[in-house]
Every structure is written in C-alpha cells, then in structure tokens.
Design a protein around this ligand. Structure first.
Ligand SMILES: NC(=O)c1ccc[n+]([C@@H]2O[C@H](COP(=O)([O-])OP(=O)(O)OC[C@H]3O[C@@H](n4cnc5c(N)ncnc54)[C@H](O)[C@@H]3O)[C@@H](O)[C@H]2O)c1
Length: 439
C-alpha cells in the first residue's frame, strides 16, 4: 500500500532500549525473537496481528495494520537496555520463570548476547532490591550524560537507524511534582545539583529525549509526566507516552466498567485484590512503591464511570485495591474482584472475577506495540504526548487539564482513527445512517 509522503520510511534497524531487563523486558525480547523464528505468534499485539477497517462496511476492506501503515518489521528490531543485575537476557529470562526453559534454550545464543548496560539507580526510589551493575557518577547530570553515551554507543555498534526507549524497570516510590520539575532550566540545574526530587526514571527519560529517542513509561512512577520533560520533548520534536502498562486486573476493569456503565447499571462497591510473587511484587511490597501503583489503579474507574455525571449510579461507590506479595505465585498473578452492582429499582446483584493471569505475557505485546507505534509517531513528525496510545496505559498521559480516556473501546477507536488520519484515510465515526439512505 502507498504511504503518506510525510511519514519517513521504516527501513533500517530499530533499536528498542529498556531500562529494566526483568520479567516484562525479557519476555518481550524473547517473544519477538521466537516470533521471527516461527517458534510462536505475537498474540495480543495490534501492530502485528491487528486489522483495520477502511471505508464502508460494505467494502469489506480490512487490511493488516502492519500493511496499512509503514511500521518497523520484527526482523529489524534489535534490543538493549540497562539493569542493576548483570544477567544477560537468557539468564534473566530463566530467573523470571515466565517462558518455558525449552523455548529459551532454542534461542539461547541470541538471548545470551544481550547483556544489560550498567544502570542509573538510587535505592531511595526503589527499595527491597540491590545489585552490582550500577553507574557511580558525581552528579545526576553526569549520570544523564553517561546514559546518552550508552545510547550513542548502542546505536553505533548495532548499526541502528532509529531508537525507542520503553521503561520496564521497577516501580519507583510515590513522589509529587515539585518546583524543580516545572521548567527545563530548573530541571537541568537540579540535575547538576543532584537534587533529591529527580528520580532515576527521569534521568533516563531526559537522556532519551535529549538523544531524540521517543520515551514510553511502562510503570506508574512520575517520570515523563512533568512540565520540564514535556517542554523538552516538544522543543526537540520527540514523542513521549505514559504511564503504567494496562494489563491484568486493570485491563479487566476497563473492559467490564464501560460495559456496566453502557447498560446504566449502578455500582455500590468494587473490591480488587491481587497476589503476585515476582520481583515486581517484591518491590511493590514496599508501601511507598505500592502507593504509586495504587493511585494508578484507582484512577481508572472514576474516569470510566464519571460519577459526577451519573451521581445516582456511581457517586457512593467504594473502590479498594490491594496488592500482596506472595512468592509461591511467581509471575502467575491471581486477582479477585468483587463487584456489588444494582439494577432496576435498586435490586442488588454481584459479579465475581477470578483472573489467573501471567503478567508478563500480557505486558510483552504492549511493550512491542509501544515501541513500534512510538517509532511510527516519530517518523510521522508527531511530538510530545501521544494520547492515541492511551490504549496501552492504566494512567494515560494527557495534556494538562484534559481528562484522560480510560474506556478501552474508545481508546481503540482513537488509536485506529489516528492511523487512518496519518494515512489520509476517511475516519470512521460509526454513525452508519448513510447505509439506509435512498439513492
Ligand atoms: N507485568 C505487568 O503486567 C506490568 C503491568 C504494568 C506495569 N508493570 C511495570 O513494569 C515494570 C517491570 O515489571 P517486571 O515484572 O518486569 O519487574 P521486574 O522486577 O521483573 O523487572 C524490573 C527490573 O528493573 C530493574 N531496575 C530497577 N531499577 C532500575 C533502574 N533504575 N535502572 C535499570 N534497571 C532497574 C530491576 O533490577 C529489575 O530487574 C514494573 O515497574 C511494573 O510495575 C508491569
């Protein structure tokens, strides 16, 4: 298919860099390599398996998204990243315990070649873990410069045409926007002065943006959602997106919530609890890190249900989220949702959801799509917040003052219409009256 001239072509290698090479990152990397060798299918990835309807329903024109828009092909992806542990992707993948050993062994050579670069880390921001593979730089600005040197070196060694960065590292403790986050001048001064309010994730995001590399945040921590970094992204024409991959329980919430609301069923309470035993669970066992996650998980329902617009149905809803670290579960997270709903004349009913999911299996296609679509955004000249990628996030980043859209079905329409828009195709509004008009 012809593509719009203003989108640069997708030829050449695309380097995908992930700060954090734990369960999610290794499942993503191994999965892509396995898919390119025909050892598995990239299920759950819109960029690889999605179709898009073009024109009227009667035209029956549903090309693959990857044939409709110029996307980097899986064969052209190369992988790198940073971690506080020295394990290469093969060993880290084995430790994560998500993918079968047999599968990892089939691609052992490729995975063993990818070793993490030394990390910018601060134990004040991530508690409960420590590792040896860390950069020790005098100031946070020096740390940012060291990351920029890593990025440049990676690009050169791997002969990459373009790069993207997706944060797959541990969730950092909860912090709020403070003065030094408000402008790029103040932020850069604070980097020089080693200011305590600059988190490692912000240093990675700064290094990425300064290097012209799109940055997406897969965790709920305050990172690229501060005015300073948004200003910089705008100035340097770099796309950014966040935050917190939408997988597992929140995915179910954004599927069920809009469904219940569409039928105008009321909700008295929604109690969500999780047990998980991977390293992510261990980090989230710390109260401050849990708070970051809790806020991200709680925001979803309010925005889906709009209690101010429908006070009789949702204003008094009690919403509680718990996460408990339970090592025997490993990456096989289990979640329970108890939803107390009411219908006609206020009669009460209950829904129970018990989701036995594999967190990283749900997250891996999200990382892939974000890498592929952030690269597309960059080649299409899109800069700053990429709201059309809200589909992938628990707390979609939007322009200040703009209410995020959490409803997964609206998010999907937005994503598809953005692709149609980029390709000068007619947008689809689902009105459909024209099918019934007389000629
Ligand atoms: N799995 C999911 O479904 C899901 C969903 C939403 C968000 N997330 C988030 O994605 C992130 C990764 O999840 P995971 O299951 O892979 O966790 P993980 O603990 O297996 O991997 C995270 C890795 O990040 C490393 N790390 C921590 N701080 C770092 C730093 N400053 N620089 C470089 N590396 C650093 C850790 O050493 C660890 O290896 C977490 O923040 C998690 O909350 C995951």
């Amino acid at each position: 298919m012809e593509h719009k001239k203003s989108i640069k072509d997708a030829n050449g290698k695309l380097g995908v860099l992930t700060p954090g090479m734990g369960a999610v990152s290794t499942t993503f990397i191994a999965g892509v390599i396995a898919a390119t060798k025909g050892l598995g299918k990239p299920i759950g990835s819109i960029s690889q398996m999605g179709k898009i309807r073009l024109g009227k329903r009667t035209e029956n024109n549903n090309p693959n998204i990857k044939d409709f828009v110029p996307l980097a092909s899986l064969d052209n992806l190369v992988f790198g990243g940073w971690d506080i542990y020295e394990d290469n992707v093969y060993t880290a993948g084995l430790n994560a315990g998500v993918l079968d050993k047999d599968l990892l062994n089939e691609i052992k050579d490729e995975l063993s070649e990818i070793s993490p670069m030394s990390a910018v880390f601060d134990s004040k921001f991530v508690k409960n873990i420590e590792g040896p593979n860390i950069k020790y730089e005098p100031t946070k600005m020096d740390a940012a410069k060291a990351l920029m040197a890593d990025i440049e070196e990676f690009k050169k060694i791997n002969n990459c045409d373009r790069l993207v960065m997706v944060w797959c590292a541990s969730t950092e403790v909860y912090i709020q926007v403070s003065d030094i986050h408000l402008s790029i001048d103040l932020f850069e001064k604070a980097l020089e002065e080693n200011h305590p309010a600059i988190a490692p994730s912000m240093i990675y995001a700064y290094a990425a943006i300064k290097s012209g590399v799109p940055f997406a945040n897969g965790a709920p921590n305050l990172t690229v959602d501060i005015p300073a970094l948004l200003q910089l992204a705008d100035k340097l024409n770099v796309p950014v997106a966040g935050k917190d991959f939408k997988t597992g329980q929140t995915l179910m919430k954004t599927i069920l919530g809009p469904g219940l609301k569409t039928r105008l069923l009321g909700i008295d309470g929604w109690f969500s609890t999780n047990i998980l035993g991977n390293r992510d669970g261990e980090v989230l066992d710390n109260e401050e890190a849990f708070k970051t996650k809790e806020i991200s998980k709680l925001s979803v329902l309010d925005s889906v249900l709009e209690p101010d617009v429908y006070p009789e149905l949702y204003k008094d809803m009690y919403h509680k989220v718990r996460i408990n670290y339970y090592p025997p579960k490993g990456d096989d997270k289990e979640s329970w949702d108890n939803i107390d709903i009411f219908g006609w004349l206020g009669y009460k009913m209950q829904i129970k959801v018990n989701f036995l999911c594999k967190d990283s299996i749900l997250a891996a296609p999200v990382v892939l799509d974000l890498a592929i679509f952030m690269d597309l955004a960059s080649r299409a000249g899109m800069k700053g917040i990429q709201e059309w990628l809200s589909f992938y996030f628990k707390s979609p980043q939007t322009k200040e003052g703009l209410i995020p859209i959490h409803d997964i079905f609206l998010q999907k329409i937005k994503l598809e219409n953005t692709l149609r828009h980029l390709m000068d195709e007619e947008l689809i509004n689902h009105l459909g009256l024209d099918y019934y008009e007389e000629d």
